[in-house]
Design a protein around this ligand. Structure first.
Ligand code: NOJ
Length: 740
């Protein structure tokens, strides 16, 4: 018996180094190797592959808990997260490969969300660029850096649509719109994974958090989600689907329950939808301790029950709860869980390890040369700066307050975000070192070497202290131009960072009132991970700039925009409410049976606040002016097989060259199910020199105008449609066509 096992093992191992073969043959031979390997594995070794544990950090650096080390050496762990660095990952890999019977390599995962060492703008900020190529490039750089430090796998992209800025994790997503977020999800997967996962500069991507994690009740993190299947399919699922279609090889469950079933034990989500309907072939990992949390959700009676529920629903890998590890071998022995389910999960996980090339060389991602040469290089920093300036949204600019006038003598930077490095890199900043971030004052000093740049903090981000106000007011009065740098700390958005009020924390608003009251030209820069209810600033700050958290190159990116070296082109990827009472607020609302009418009480509105948001989805100004005209359809009537082609003329009528994001919204006038007042269906980035104009062409396929009907089927209904084209979701220029 023992000889047979050894013999088969030798055959399997010998065949790992595949020679040049066509793709189909490679897949076939990989599957054969995986099956042979599985046939050699004990149940403990199989469950080991389904187990993911964290590495830890203390003052002395990264370390692995003793019990996990023992488990790794016995083949009881398949993957480790939060471990990076070539020496460290090599040491852990050696623990697995040199001590275990089958020498199966470990998989190393990490939250590489918006950069690894070079930190890019937070995902929501990147979404504001509407620049799909730049977003893909940012993910590509993150993959190069992370894989140069021993990593194989990132827990990204987060594809959760959210229409609730109280939820702290809006910062990690791409905003409220399924069309924009789907393009971004696809771009991120392609950026991380490249064309070939076995290329050692790529990372396996992870579609998360499946599903609808972005719609927790009351915006409170981890809270229950309850929504119709139509809403789920039309608004929340498309970005996950786009990431799956782009080839993401892993997916992560969500913490929340959906319509009463926790995502981690949700067979509808993990098997019926993800695998059977969408054809996902990778593996599903839970979110952190989510198998254990099935106890708190109240659907699992004990450890074993929780593990069985998760596995049977379609989970392949247990992140951190250890429940699979503790219970699955016994559940199989007692014939409560079918071993074939475990084999299936092992197969999926081993397949990803094969795709990454770990069986050819478990140390493939452990290159000290790469670690030295491929991190925080000049081109990577430049890409982060470019992404930064593209992510900035100019919300208001009265009397052309910005850009800062040429040859300015004295600029006062006032506010807690002025010389702040710590907060610039935002939440989930991977291995980013905040002390290497360029702050606003540094960015301005580099841009204006001949000017005087004065900085006064004025107050803290939070807290009631106003002692610094007088000095701040004096500095403002004494300057030629003032930049107020305000916002949220990095930890005020992200996981477990929901807020019930989303205004400026502490006394920052009072500081702003004092400084703006001096009558000086003031531009307020808001650093935050979510929309803030900055109503007063929106009316009183001569210029207002939404700068999010822009990452390592924050100060330079901001100086590029404030100085006018880069003409801002960002557009909001989500609606800014006037107050939390308006939430959820999003542009693609329904009309209702009682549409808003100022003169009629019994229409859909509030007594105390207008229906309109503070800033609409898609809003973003430029230093120049763009005018839209001559919207013209090729025809007025189309069939369901035609392409709906139209063009619009865009003119740059101001005095700066710049980029405009031309947005196309469609409204289905009559349908069997109520339809949103408008939905984003296309956009193009168009660069125009001052004084130039250009015809911009679009083509829509009727399929994209479909929706989920009452019987659950998807389709486009003939009828009349309105197209709106413009620079935001309020676009006024419109025309109509008929679909027959
Ligand atoms: C919990 C978060 O919800 C998830 O996004 C992350 O990937 C894991 N922790 C691992 O850090």
């Amino acid at each position: 018996m023992r000889t047979t096992v050894l013999f088969s093992l030798i055959i399997v191992l010998l065949s790992f180094g595949a020679c040049q073969q066509p793709q189909q043959d490679i897949e076939h031979s990989t599957d054969t190797k995986i099956d042979s390997l599985i046939s050699l594995m004990t149940i403990e070794e199989k469950v080991g592959q389904l187990t993911l544990y964290t590495s830890d950090m203390d003052q002395t650096g990264a370390y692995i808990r003793k019990e996990y080390e023992n488990d790794i050496k016995q083949g009881k762990v398949g993957a480790i997260f939060n471990a990076y660095g070539v020496d460290y990952t090599r040491r852990l890999q050696e623990m697995a490969v040199n001590n275990t019977r089958l020498r199966i390599p470990l998989l190393f995962g990490y939250d590489v969300i918006h950069g690894h060492r070079t930190i890019f703008p937070v995902p929501l900020a990147e979404a504001a660029s509407w620049n799909i190529e730049a977003i893909q490039h940012a993910a590509r750089i993150a993959a190069i850096e992370a894989s140069a430090e021993g990593l194989h796998w990132t827990f990204a992209p987060m594809c959760d649509i959210s229409r609730d800025p109280r939820w702290g994790r809006v910062v990690e997503g791409a905003g409220e719109d399924p069309f924009l977020a789907s393009l971004i999800a696809e771009a991120r997967v392609k950026g991380f994974q490249g064309d070939d996962l076995s290329d050692p500069t790529t990372l396996a991507a992870c579609v998360k958090h499946f599903a609808a994690y972005g719609a927790p009740q009351a915006g409170r993190d981890y809270h229950a989600v309850d929504m119709s299947e139509n809403m789920l399919r039309e608004v929340y699922l498309p970005p996950y689907k786009a990431a799956v279609d782009a080839g993401a090889v892993t997916a992560m469950t969500a913490f929340n329950d959906l319509n009463g079933i926790p995502s981690t034990s949700n067979k509808f989500l993990l098997t019926d939808l993800l695998r059977d309907e969408w054809g996902f072939e990778g593996f599903v990992v839970t979110d952190y301790t989510s198998v254990m949390e099935l106890l708190y959700h109240g659907v699992a009676a004990d450890t074993a029950h929780a593990a069985a529920l998760a596995l049977e629903a379609g989970v392949d890998m247990d992140m951190q709860s250890g429940f699979f590890h503790q219970t699955l071998p016994k559940l199989v022995e007692d014939k409560i869980v079918d071993e074939s389910l475990i084999d299936q999960a092992v197969r999926r996980i081993l397949k990803v390890k094969f795709q990454l090339g770990l069986f050819d060389d478990p140390y493939k991602y452990c290159s000290t040369t790469r670690e030295k040469n491929e991190i925080m290089q000049a081109d990577q920093l430049e890409a982060a700066r470019d992404m930064g300036r593209r992510s900035i949204v100019l919300l208001r600019n009265e009397a052309q307050t910005l850009p800062i006038p040429q040859h300015i003598k004295k600029i006062a930077v006032i506010g807690p975000m002025g010389n702040n490095k710590r907060d610039m890199i935002g939440s989930w900043s991977a291995a980013g070192d905040w002390s290497k971030a360029v702050d606003l004052v540094e960015g301005l000093k580099a841009r204006y070497p001949l000017s005087e740049i004065v900085f006064v903090k004025g107050c803290e981000i939070d807290g009631e202290q106003t002692e610094g106000f007088n000095e701040a007011r004096r500095a403002a009065a004494d300057a030629d131009f003032v930049i107020l740098a305000l916002g949220e700390a990095y930890w005020m958005s992200g996981e477990a960072a929901s807020r019930s009020q989303i205004d400026l924390p502490g006394v920052q608003q009072q500081l702003a009132e004092l400084i703006i009251g001096t009558g000086k030209p003031v531009a307020t820069v808001i650093i935050s991970g979510r929309p803030l209810t900055v109503n007063w600033l929106a009316q009183n700050s001569p210029a207002l700039v939404q700068a999010w958290f822009l990452g390592t190159q924050s100060g330079h990116a901001l100086a590029d925009v404030l100085s006018g070296d880069y003409n801002p082109s960002g557009k909001l990827p989500l609606t800014f409410p006037r107050n939390v009472g308006q939430i959820p607020i999003y542009y693609s609302m329904k009309n209702t049976g009682r549409p808003f009418n100022e003169n009629s009480k019994y229409t859909s509105k509030y007594l105390d606040v207008p229906n309109t948001p503070l800033f609409v989805f898609g809003h973003g100004l430029s230093y120049t002016q763009f005018e839209y005209s001559h919207l013209a359809l090729e025809q007025e009537t189309y069939t369901l097989d035609d392409s709906i082609r139209f063009e619009v003329e865009l003119a740059n009528t101001g005095s700066f060259a710049g980029e405009e994001i031309v947005q196309v919204y469609v409204h289905d006038q009559l349908a069997s199910v109520t339809r949103p007042v408008r939905e984003l269906k296309a956009f193009k980035r168009v660069w125009l020199e001052a004084g130039d104009s250009k015809k911009v062409n679009f083509s829509l396929h009727p399929e994209s105008l479909g929706f989920y009907k009452i019987d659950g089927s998807y389709g486009t209904e003939p009828g009349r449609f309105t197209i709106f084209v413009g620079g935001d979701s309020n676009a006024g220029l419109s025309t109509e066509f008929e679909l027959r």
